[in-house]
Ligand binder design. Structure first.
Ligand code: ZN
Length: 418
């Protein structure tokens, strides 16, 4: 039996000059409308303690378009502008639910340049895509086929910092779940990207070390260039290109990895890194490894849901590194440079494999004591788990865990009890 899912397919495309100009204008209008609506909502709240909803901002947009100053908003498709207001609404919903910080203004330089088109604003015919206000279809590079008969419900156009254009097509797809057994715990680290409780270590993507060195050099170059000069612009694009290459390779690597994990294993336990990583490394590679971990978790969450796997996220308040996974004894201290240690019980541990085994044990303890765990309120698309709770019974059966404080949340595809 197959499962219906929404799936995004992303491709590069090469716009004509006219299309590029039209899209750049659209990105600018999207940013402006988002910022103006954010300002209106902020003022309404701070000055009059009033909450403005999506409908009210939509009415504002209609009014803005009628003024002389903002008449240029009519030159672009209205759908991406409406979608920007919807995104702002989502940002506020997440903020009120304490899942996210208060929305911030989109800056010209740093914010993502993108525009979202719903079905009324594009034409999909015989495998060609034409956006509203455009005469010609986009010249898309079909690097992989869309599923048979797929037709996009939403189309997102974007441009990255390196100047490359992308279009992402959200389509209905069907996934046939493959049965799997077994359980695996995963520890995130710096030396190895990930370590599995099976003992397998997954390293960083190939070439990443070399790319990072190139990035450091390019960044140093950029810092030396004079502000506003043509050379500085060139140096900035070079930095952006290297960043983009690292991100692309990293994403491909994580896609392969998460697909494999989800295909092979029924139960997957990961740690919630928010806290653990603060303690774990203050070093330079941290930003990149943090971003990779968030991406890994997001991919794992949606793919686990597609295939009906059980993904458990353990909030790591217990010392998984120092705990012997064989006997449960707690070692004294464990500096970062200790890669291997021997427990008085005789077990010899690789630091990361031992941690992964403890994470797995903690996760399985949680699912075994399932009565205590309430179904989640749902997993948000950003990959944040929306409920976290204390679960004292989860530590049952692992004596050494009793000393530590641990909270857990379980993600199951349908939100039912595990
Ligand atoms: Zn031991």
């Amino acid at each position: 039996m197959s499962r219906a899912v929404k799936r995004a397919f992303k491709y590069r495309f090469y716009p004509t000059d006219v299309q590029a100009a039209q899209l750049s204008r659209t990105f600018g209008c999207v940013r402006l409308v988002y910022n103006m609506a954010l300002q209106a909502r902020t003022e309404a709240w701070t000055q009059r303690q009033e909450r403005i909803n999506y409908n009210a901002t939509s009415a504002l947009l209609t009014a803005w378009k009628k003024t002389d100053d903002l008449a240029f908003l009519n030159e672009v498709s209205c759908v991406p502008l409406q979608q920007a207001l919807r995104h702002l609404q989502t940002a506020y919903t997440n903020f009120w639910a304490r899942r996210a910080k208060h929305p911030t203004y989109k800056s010209k330089r740093r914010s993502r340049r993108s525009a979202e088109y719903t079905a009324s604003a594009f034409r999909w015919r015989d495998g060609t895509l034409t956006l509203a206000k455009m005469a010609e279809p986009l010249d898309i590079v079909w690097s992989r086929p869309l599923p048979d008969g797929a037709s996009p419900s939403t189309v997102t156009v974007s441009q990255d910092a390196a100047g490359r254009w992308f279009v992402s097509l959200l389509c209905d797809d069907a996934i046939t779940p493959i049965p799997a057994t077994g359980a695996v715990g995963i520890d995130a680290g710096l030396d190895s990207l990930l370590t599995l409780s099976t003992g397998e270590k997954i390293t960083n993507p190939r070439h990443e070390r070399a790319d990072r060195q190139r990035l450091t050099r390019a960044q140093r170059d950029l810092a030396r260039k004079q502000k506003g000069s043509a050379n500085r612009t060139k140096a900035r694009i070079k930095v952006a290109r290297i960043h983009a290459r690292i991100a692309d390779r990293r994403r491909d690597h994580l896609h392969q990895l998460t697909t494999r994990l989800v295909r092979e294993t029924q139960a997957i336990v990961i740690e919630d890194l928010a806290v653990a990583n603060m303690v774990k490394n203050h070093r330079l590679a941290r930003a990149i490894s943090d971003a990779a971990w968030r991406q890994f978790r997001t991919m794992l969450e949606y793919k686990a849901a597609w295939h009906g796997r059980d993904l458990t996220v353990v909030d790591r308040w217990f010392p998984s590194t120092r705990l012997c996974s064989a006997c449960g004894a707690l070692a004294q201290k464990m500096p970062l440079d200790v890669r291997e240690w021997t427990c008085p019980c005789g077990a010899v541990h690789d630091r990361d494999v031992n941690a992964a085994r403890n994470i797995l044990a903690a996760g399985l303890a949680v699912t075994a004591c399932g009565d205590d765990i309430r179904p989640q309120r749902g997993t948000s698309r950003t990959g944040q788990s929306s409920t976290k709770q204390e679960n004292p019974r989860a530590t049952k059966g692992i004596p050494a865990l009793r000393a530590g404080k641990m909270s857990t949340s379980v993600l199951t595809p349908s939100g039912r009890r595990p």
